[in-house]
Design a protein around this ligand. Structure first.
Ligand code: FAD
Length: 670
């Protein structure tokens, strides 16, 4: 059929799960022309992924909706480990904090994926008037590779077809459950959307071929991003594969309001029984509790699907009852259940010529135990979004797009390795004694759990050297000037006070996801004339018409819109006046006057204590340092506070000069 309509877009996103929605949120914030389509007629309303790691909350906060999640979610504070005692009866053997104390200003929380998707949809609508086009299926793909190097071109063509209501809504069986008191409840079929059910994309494409000729649209795109889950259609078009372990596990998941005498039901628990297997207990929002049980390991080398007809909520409940014996467990209300099959796999490629990208489950699949699925998927596109926006806007060379694969493939590989180790420990039978080599030592399990917690938090992510991470190579960083800031990791956060109004802020709150690079200047004490002099010299250099800030800001745009200069001085707050500090650090806008939101101080607040930012960042308050932070909050460079030349060389490595008619420092404020 011939498409009846045609559209040109900068970015076409296929799939509106967590990965797709994070990307469309970024792009809508940056004003990039984006379309996002999903073959399903509705978003999900309950179940699926639920764990949100502290790094994910930091990211949500940078988009201004973490508070909605924080308020609605259940906060996980403690993990209890339960193991069999010498008589084989389960006992609580230890308690450990769920989130490592001090690692972030947030802790791990749980809230189901449907709510997270809701928050994204609201923020996309609010900030970019972008909505998901549902019941829309891509049916063909063409890519003119000869044009891949020209970022003004639209080398990708994708045909989209609008589905009917029935086509976009797979039927969902109802199932009945009888509880101990004889009550019968009805629950939707949890295998709906599960990967135990065969993917219907190809059937849909065939089905729609004949009768939807009038509802086809041709999209010409600069970039295509496949966020279309484990069966990814985009991955197949790009000719890429998932590689990895062929041993698959089936996990049963049950979301219930539990009726139980188990004392730790409101804690996250890992329970190993002597011989009945293991269960993970996840206390949830709205009085719910999620139980994860590994049902069995199957080997389906020939690619056939495991028989799933025997999996029901009762089967999952009965397994949990056996593992948690002698405690009682039942329910009258089941919110959701599922079973799904785990492959521990990573994509061989994350991008085709830096024009087609894959993210989320489309490039990595693993078990749900560490609550990583949704988090790592969103963090993939959090990494990609600003890079695409900067290339589309012409701020950056296309070369920065190569760092998507170099940065995220490593994370995916680490994740699979972690999942491998953890799976064996979680699923194995507890060792009876020290001679029991086949059993899993519970000490080893606890150690792995504690270590795994740092990895799982997302805070440990440490990107390798590249043009945008100056760890080694041409651009010289001086990490010794900020001993507790790691180049390649996200900028840690401590409280600082606004110089103009004394209000305390977490430093990360100043690093909103709006596409700006930041240079954070930490000068030495400004009450010392020599330090003030260094500030003045740096300020003068920044204001020159050919400075890196001026050079990379398009004419007519606010001077802080591409590279924002923030200052945190070591105090005391009352020791200086804002206007003593050179203008480059608090620019003057003709419409709003001085910018009062750029200069901060490390000092005691009236109500929230002292953030001790200099000490916590390992910066000497007599000497200072400067830090370059990427639009996604990762640290690119650390150097002398006034090392203008090195900063300039850093940006010259990948930014594009905007040939601004100079003097254009005015414009709307932030
Ligand atoms: P997805 O959330 O899978 O989103 C992909 C989207 O793409 C979907 O909306 C889909 O409709 C759409 N799509 C797919 N193909 C096409 C196409 N051809 N055209 C258009 N649109 C398409 N993780 C946990 O941590 N804990 C859990 O308990 C848990 N339970 C899960 C239960 C189920 C049934 C499933 C499927 C996954 C579960 N996961 C769980 C995994 C977690 O949901 C994923 O890791 C996470 O959602 C990945 O996000 P994503 O955006 O990459 O992909």
């Amino acid at each position: 059929s011939v498409p009846t309509r045609e559209d040109h877009v900068d970015v076409l996103i296929v799939g509106a799960g967590p990965a797709g929605l994070m990307l469309s949120t970024w792009l809508s914030r940056c004003g990039i022309k984006t379309r996002i389509v999903d073959k399903r007629g509705t978003k999900i309303f309950n179940g699926q992924a639920d764990g949100l790691q502290c790094r994910t909350l930091e990211i949500f906060d940078s988009f201004d909706f973490a508070q909605r999640v924080w308020r609605e979610s259940n906060h996980m504070i403690e993990i209890c480990l339960w193991n069999p005692d010498e008589n084989g009866t389960i006992r609580r053997s230890s308690r450990i904090p769920d989130t490592i104390p001090g690692i972030s200003r947030f802790q791990q929380v749980v809230l189901h994926q449907g709510r997270i998707e809701r928050f994204f949809l609201d923020t996309m609508k609010e900030h970019g008037n972008l909505t998901v086009e549902r019941g829309v299926l891509p049916v063909s793909f063409q890519f003119d590779e000869t044009k891949a190097g020209d970022f003004d071109d639209y080398p990708i063509s994708v045909e989209l077809r609008t589905l009917s209501d029935e086509e976009s809504t797979p039927s969902q069986r109802q199932q009945h459950h009888k509880s101990v008191d004889g009550q019968e409840t009805t629950v939707n079929d949890g295998l709906f959307r599960s990967n135990l059910v065969a993917d219907d994309t190809d059937d849909l494409i065939r089905l729609t071929e004949a009768n939807h000729a009038d509802q086809t649209e041709l999209i010409k795109a600069k970039f295509l991003v496949g966020c279309d889950g484990a069966h990814s259609w985009v991955r197949r078009q790009a000719g890429f594969k998932l590689e990895g372990d062929s041993t698959d596990y089936i996990w049963g998941v049950l979301d219930i309001i539990p009726i139980t005498d188990f004392p730790d039901i409101r804690h996250r628990c890992a329970i190993h029984s002597a011989s009945e297997g293991s269960v993970m207990v996840i206390p949830r929002e709205n009085k719910l509790v999620r139980l994860y049980i590994q049902l069995l390991a199957t080997n389906h080398e020939n690619g056939s699907k495991a028989d799933r007809s025997w999996i029901t909520p009762s089967i999952i409940l009965q397994s949990a009852q056996r593992i948690m014996h002698p405690y009682k467990l039942d329910y009258t209300y089941c919110d959701w259940w599922t079973a799904y099959q785990i492959g521990q796999r990573v994509g061989d490629n994350f991008s085709l010529r830096e024009r087609v990208f894959l993210a989320g489950d489309a490039v990595h699949t693993h078990s749900p135990k560490a609550g990583q699925g949704m988090n790592v998927s969103m963090q993939d596109t959090y990494n990609l979004g600003w890079k695409l926006a900067h290339v589309v806007k012409g701020y950056s060379e296309g070369s920065i797009l190569k760092t998507y694969q170099s940065e995220r493939k490593m994370i995916a590989q680490d994740l699979i390795a972690f999942d491998h180790r953890f799976s064996r420990l979680f699923s194995g039978r507890p060792a009876k004694d020290i001679m029991d080599e086949e059993g899993v030592s519970m000490e080893e399990f606890q150690n792995a759990f504690e270590k795994g917690n740092e990895f799982a938090s997302g805070i440990a992510v440490n990107y390798g050297a590249s043009p945008i991470i100056a760890k080694e190579g041409q651009i010289i960083s001086k990490p010794q000037l900020a001993t507790k800031i790691d180049i390649g990791k996200r900028m840690p956060s401590f409280k600082v006070l606004n110089q103009a109004d004394a209000r305390p802020w977490h430093l990360q709150e100043l690093l909103k996801s709006n596409g700006r690079w930041r240079v954070i200047v930490f000068p030495g004490r400004l009450t010392e004339p020599s330090n003030m002099q260094r500030m003045q010299m740096l300020g003068k250099r920044l204001e020159e018409p050919d400075s890196f800030v001026q050079r990379y800001t398009p004419p007519g745009q606010s001077i802080d819109s591409v590279i924002e200069i923030l200052t945190v001085h070591p105090g005391p707050r009352a020791g200086i006046e804002l206007l003593d500090i050179p203008e480059a650090f608090h620019p003057y806008h003709s419409d709003i006057g001085w910018d009062y939101w750029k200069v901060y101080v490390d000092d005691e607040s009236y109500h929230e204590g002292h953030g001790q930012a200099f000490a916590n960042y390992g910066i000497d308050p007599s000497r200072g340092a400067s830090v370059i932070v990427r639009p996604d909050q990762y640290v690119s460079w650390v150097g002398e506070m006034d090392d203008y030349e090195e900063m300039s060389r850093f940006f010259a490595g990948f930014m594009r000069q905007q040939f601004a008619a100079k003097g254009a420092v005015d414009g709307a404020g932030s």
